[in-house]
Write a new protein. Structure first.
Length: 387
């Protein structure tokens, strides 16, 4: 996340306290957040004179203060070194999201939404994929990137795969929304649909463009209009921050709007006053309410609202463990859970746990849960006349 902010600042040339003289400096700054000894957590400023942090030569991702620290850490690190090599490439290539090279344009769908059940169905529809990737590979920004970072340029195969992984993270969100619509049997041909993204984050809204959900047009060609409203306290200012629609959006178009604030406040201040349409579906990407009590409490008004208004809801998680804890919380709230499992449109880009690089990387939207309304009770007793 921190990297993304630095990149954005550099690309937009906005100061906000961050400014760079050149790309080299920007990439160095980005790398600094990863510079600590993976063995003993020592930071560069705590090294003794003459000592420097040395990078693992295999993954070029993690650092060590001494040979001893590296050797001691190897039994742990060797389990993830290979995948962390890919992570280290991705965190540089991700810069191309901000130069406009990524996401690359996708092709029209030759199959219907119901036929496209996973990436394996989606990918063969992209006839121009190789050409798209090769155009970015030979582009000027790719050259600038590898000229200014302190490591050699990986080979083209590595770079093509990295570009795809980054694109998959972006598309994963859009395809997950489409999948959620189908899960609840919402028909975008019958009427325009309003979809709220609750808890929309920095990473989704920073640099977001009005066309970010256009893959839904390929998924449901000729639909009646789909509005995507991103709502969250982290929403970043930009073209998508505009007033939500009160009714029918433009046909065959995806209309994105955004609101900065907590979801339940948005509901009270805007939806209840009929200044925005009620949602047909609410999607949340990694709400993270499983992580600690504070987060649960923050999400509680929203979760209860979704339950009590009987709104089709679809949330994603980073891992199976996170799904397990989230399910427990939703069950305690007596949510009617309709389905859960691994997401066929999970991001393909591994995410490093930055503070603990030896933890197994996770993937955005790797798991999901869909729920709606209150759990029906089997032996529900009607209140008697004298109760
Ligand atoms: Zn150390
Ligand atoms: Zn390594």
């Amino acid at each position: 996340m921190k990297c993304v902010i630095l990149i954005r600042a550099a690309v937009e040339g906005k100061s906000k306290g961050i400014s760079f003289h050149n790309f080299k400096e920007m990439f160095q700054k980005m790398e600094e957040t990863f510079k600590f000894c993976t063995g003993c957590s020592k930071l560069p400023e705590h090294l003794t004179e003459g000592q420097t942090l040395k990078r693992c030569a295999k993954c070029l991702n993690v650092y060590y203060c001494t040979k001893e620290c590296q050797q001691k850490d190897w039994p742990q690190h060797k389990k993830v070194c290979k995948i962390l090599r890919l992570v280290a490439i991705d965190r540089l290539v991700e810069w191309l999201m901000f130069t406009g090279n990524l996401p690359f344009p996708t092709g029209k769908w030759s199959k219907t939404a119901t036929e496209v059940k996973s990436w394996d169905d989606w990918l063969p529809m992209q006839r121009d994929l190789t050409a798209c990737l090769d155009a970015i590979l030979s582009g000027g920004n790719m050259a600038i990137l590898w000229k200014n970072v302190s490591r050699p340029r990986p080979d083209d195969t590595d770079l093509r795969q990295s570009l795809w992984r980054i694109q998959s993270e972006f598309l994963s969100r859009v395809l997950t929304v489409g999948m959620a619509m189908q899960h609840f049997g919402l028909d975008p041909y019958a009427k325009p649909l309003t979809i709220h993204l609750a808890g929309a984050s920095h990473s989704e809204t920073m640099g977001a463009r009005l066309t970010d959900y256009d893959e839904l047009n390929s998924m449901f060609p000729g639909h009646q209009g789909i509005e995507v409203v991103m709502v969250g306290p982290e929403v970043v200012d930009g073209p998508i921050v505009r007033t939500p629609l009160t009714a029918f959006g433009p046909k065959q178009k995806v209309y994105i709007s955004a609101y900065k604030g907590l979801y339940h406040q948005f509901w009270e201040d805007v939806v209840e006053k009929e200044e925005a349409a009620k949602p047909d579906l609410v999607v949340g990407f990694h709400p993270g309410f499983h992580a600690n009590q504070g987060l649960v409490e923050g999400w509680l008004p929203t979760l209860l609202l979704l339950r009590d208004y009987n709104i089709p809801s679809f949330f994603t998680m980073y891992s199976e463990m996170e799904l397990k804890y989230s399910l427990q919380i939703l069950l305690e709230l007596e949510m009617h859970i309709r389905d859960s499992g691994s997401n066929p449109f999970s991001s393909q880009k591994p995410e490093q746990v930055q503070a603990c690089p030896n933890k197994t990387p996770v993937y955005c939207n790797s798991h999901y849960v869909c729920f709606q309304g209150l759990l029906p009770r089997e032996n529900f007793e009607e209140p008697g006349p004298d109760s």
